[in-house]
Design a protein around this ligand. Structure first.
Ligand SMILES: C[S@@+](CC[C@H](N)C(=O)[O-])C[C@H]1O[C@@H](n2cnc3c(N)ncnc32)[C@H](O)[C@@H]1O
Ligand SMILES: [Zn+2]
Ligand SMILES: [Zn+2]
Ligand SMILES: [Zn+2]
Length: 280
């Protein structure tokens, strides 16, 4: 018997996100609700992301000189650019509705949302996972990691209630700002989240994560294809991915070492794991 849902996003994405289980009869576990974009858990967090970037004055389609893109050379041909170097410390800021340019300018990708038919499916060994129903060319935007944005106190609280066998969804992004300071953003899609919450870890992943600002200064963790991805290939990223920007990094919190079942030739044996001072 096959369990199938046509669209688990409830029409909140551009494209339907289906669910299929051909392994057993389990349905999609109920978590509180689907959101296509991050939501702030409480208003006090809004102050941290209050600043806005200045809009550009570019005519028609922006090019590399657009002040929004801050010379990050991040995008070309509506994909992540081959030249994009995540060690420059320059954040990616997309053009916004305040900009003068066209809706299809080169500096807008993530804000247009998911473009490929993604499907949540029951895997053989790692619970649920995500696969693509269609071909995804290298460097294309795939989806983001959306959930509640929470503060450290709340994150500690939530982790305290975790048992070692629970799946963990909390993602901590640390971006270098200035004077050895970090901007820390904690995303938890456990209760409110998007398709990104079902992405599994692999030691040979086909996605990379990049923080992007689009429409507000809240960073979005965005997944791009590291290579061409073929239909029905599982989509994965490295939970312990080193370094998004210089001297900073991102980590997917697993508070104890768990066996990695990614099955890749260079599997390091365990899921990336972060000890008690993971927030420091
Ligand atoms: C963000 S969730 C991914 C979706 C999850 N598989 C599910 O069924 O909801 C992270 C959890 O998935 C499992 N997982 C992800 N990648 C794994 C891997 N390579 N090996 C073993 N377990 C994995 C672990 O339980 C981990 O805490
Ligand atoms: Zn523009
Ligand atoms: Zn602009
Ligand atoms: Zn592995």
């Amino acid at each position: 018997m096959t369990v199938f849902i046509d669209d688990l996003s409830d029409n909140q994405e551009n494209i339907k996100i289906s669910f299929i289980n051909e392994i057993n009869t389990e349905h999609l576990p109920k978590f509180v609700s689907y959101t296509a974009n991050c939501v702030l858990r409480n208003e006090s967090l809004a102050e941290e992301f209050e600043s806005v970037s200045l809009p550009c004055d570019c005519k028609n389609l922006c090019d590399q000189k657009c002040p929004c893109s801050l010379n990050s050379n991040a995008y070309s041909n509506h994909k992540l650019s081959q030249e994009y170097n995540n060690h420059t410390g320059r954040p990616i800021i997309e053009c916004s509705e305040l900009c003068n340019c066209f809706e299809n300018c080169n500096n807008r990708i993530v804000q247009h949302g998911i473009q490929f038919h993604l499907q949540v499916f029951k895997t053989e060994r790692t619970g649920l996972g995500v696969q693509s129903k269609e071909f995804i060319p290298k460097f294309s935007f795939v989806c983001e990691y959306a959930g509640e944005i929470i503060d450290e106190q709340e994150a500690y609280q939530r982790l305290k209630n975790h048992s070692p066998d629970d799946s963990n969804y909390i993602y901590v992004l640390k971006e270098h700002s200035s004077d050895h300071k970090y901007i820390k953003t904690i995303i938890d899609p456990t209760y409110i989240g998007n398709v990104g919450r079902y992405l599994n870890h692999s030691c040979s992943p086909n996605l990379i994560s990049v923080p992007v600002r689009a429409g507000s200064m809240i960073p979005r963790i965005c997944f791009f294809a590291k290579e061409d991805i073929f239909p029905l290939q599982e989509l994965t990223y490295n939970y312990g991915e080193e370094c998004i920007f210089d001297e900073s990094g991102s980590s997917h919190i697993n508070s104890c070492a768990r066996k990695c079942l990614c099955g890749s030739g260079n599997c390091c044996g365990y899921l990336p794991y972060v000890n008690d001072n993971w927030l420091k």
